[in-house]
Design a protein around this ligand. Structure first.
Ligand code: ADP
Ligand code: GLC
Length: 498
């Protein structure tokens, strides 16, 4: 079975969040499950640098596609190659005027969305659709699997390219429904989106063009990254205005929990740590903690309950609840470390709050993979107080490193962390701390449970051991995606060749 996996990030070449972790690990797991997977990625500079071409580049079909196909010089090309480090086959969408720039993949260095994002990601959708409909004479996928709004136009363009012919089945995976790719209705003309598809049952969203809605409306199957989030996004509270669309397509929606790459996230072998540990020998964790306290200028107190967060600083992640809990956390003898990057306002608020507790609290900003590993390994409690969380990966990393997750019980966090209630402790199910009311009080309550458990060392150790034994491998999700692809193939006839 041949799968075209369309996304914008791949670890370690380009990462702004979990999408990149998934973009590296899921295709590898699908390969292990017997699928032939090729990625389609924009040729952002760091991605292009990690890919070696191994076949002549392809021209894209122009007829009906976005204007940039006609106006860009040199014309956009599909480079066929593979990721040097992993061998993963890829198509690179090469359009230097669109993708080769300083700054982030979606925003400039000042944090503003690139003004030509509509064209940049429409082209990605067009390239996916073209490959899906047979643009590479040597390789036509059986399924086009598009991820998040950046690839949302792929199923729409497939419809256009196929005309009355057969459409290669598509899967659209929502990693985060809040980012929708909304553009002015006037962009439809330059993107080649016809009026017939810019309707309430198509890609129109309150008068704008929505890439996310296009994916939801035109894909043959919709998945998201945890079963709980799949349910939540069908409700008005969490549906980001698209719950009605999702409810209408409810028979096509499913949730498949993300996994973890345990080759990268393993406390017994992690090369980024100064000491190693596992469920049977935990002394290394204390050494990692001491090294981190020293590195960040915290008092080297082995018994301080060390809370940590490694996160994007965005509204989603709930970090604005932290300043209110901090004084009590410090009073109780705890410490706090935050590694975050993103919103300047959230960063300023955290900086101000943490600065009141020198030696007990530290903030590091920017994106730092090494420090992320060291913090997740060193801490006792990993904070993930997200307002909503489609899956969340850091709580899964925390479990593996015996760093008990403290989470808001939503989405993938609710699916993966069991609170230390007395009954869960009694039944041997507890793996962390979860709160239900999204407020500083809710967070405080869970924090108090963490201190309470710490005063019961044998209970703490039991929960920690259980957390470390849990496995969220990629094998099972890969099998679930494979089964989904097979269902779609069974519903359709033999692929149409161009
Ligand atoms: P999201 O994709 O919503 O940001 P996830 O929990 O799925 O949330 O994935 C976040 C990923 O990004 C994890 O691999 C986490 O370790 C990493 N990460 C987040 N912030 C930082 C940071 N400031 N520095 C390094 N890694 C980070
Ligand atoms: C998104 C979500 C996060 C999820 C990640 C990978 O960024 O916010 O919850 O883990 O995608 O699917």
């Amino acid at each position: 079975m041949k799968i075209l996996y369309v996304c914008t990030e791949i670890y370690p070449l380009l990462k702004t969040g979990g999408l990149a972790d998934v973009g590296a690990a899921l295709p590898a797991a699908l390969r292990a499950a017997g699928c032939h997977v090729r990625l389609l990625l924009p040729a952002f500079p760091s991605i292009a640098a990690g890919v070696r071409a191994d076949a002549p580049a392809l021209r894209l079909p122009v007829e009906g596609g976005p204007d940039v196909l006609r106006t860009l010089q040199p014309p956009p090309m599909l480079v066929r190659g593979h990721v040097i480090e992993s061998g993963q086959p890829v198509y690179l969408l090469d359009a230097p005027a669109l993708y080769q720039r300083e700054g982030g993949p979606y925003q400039d260095a000042a944090g503003q969305d690139w003004s030509d994002n509509a064209a940049r990601f429409a082209l990605l959708g067009w390239a996916a659709a073209a490959l899906g409909q047979g643009a590479d004479p040597h390789w036509q996928p059986d399924v086009v699997h598009a991820h998040d709004w950046h690839a949302g136009l792929a199923p729409l363009y497939q419809k256009l390219l196929a005309g009355a012919g057969r459409i290669t089945p598509s899967v659209f995976t929502v990693h985060n429904l809040a980012y929708q790719g909304l553009f002015a209705a006037s962009s439809c003309a330059e993107l080649g989106v016809p009026e017939s598809l810019f309707t309430i049952n198509g890609a129109e969203y309150h008068g704008q063009l929505s890439f996310m809605k296009a994916g939801l409306q035109f894909a043959d199957a919709i998945t998201t990254v945890s079963p709980r989030y799949a349910q939540e996004i069908m409700t008005p509270e969490q549906g980001c205005g698209l719950d009605g669309v999702l409810r209408d397509r409810r028979d096509r929606v499913s949730g498949i929990l993300n996994g973890v790459d345990y080759e990268l996230w393993n406390p017994a072998t992690d090369p980024l740590l100064n000491a190693h540990f596992d469920g049977k020998r935990m002394s290394g964790k204390a050494r990692v903690k001491r090294a981190l306290q020293r590195l960040l200028g915290l008092e080297e107190r082995p018994d301080a309950l060390l809370f940590a967060a490694v996160t994007r600083l965005s509204e989603q992640k709930g970090l604005h609840l932290v300043p209110a809990m901090l004084p009590e956390l410090i009073d109780r003898g705890g410490q706090l470390v935050i590694l975050g990057s993103g919103d300047a306002g959230i960063e300023a608020a955290l900086r101000e709050a943490l600065a009141c507790h020198p030696g007990q609290a530290a903030l590091r900003t920017g994106y730092n993979e090494d420090l992320a590993h060291r913090i997740i390994a060193a801490a006792d409690v990993l904070l993930v107080p997200s307002r909503y969380e489609p899956c969340g990966l850091t709580q899964l990393y925390g479990l593996r490193y015996g760093t008990l997750p403290l989470v808001h019980a939503v989405g993938g966090l609710a699916d993966t962390v069991t609170d230390c209630s007395l009954e869960a402790l009694d039944e041997g199910r507890a793996s962390g701390f979860a709160f239900h009311e999204f407020s500083a009080n809710g967070l405080l309550g869970a924090m108090r449970r963490a201190f309470a458990l710490r005063r019961r060392p044998s209970d703490w150790s039991a929960v920690q051991r259980r957390a470390m034994q849990q496995r969220f491998d990629w094998q099972e999700p890969a099998q679930a995606y494979r089964a989904l692809y097979q269902t779609l193939l069974a519903l359709t006839a033999a692929p149409l060749r161009f």
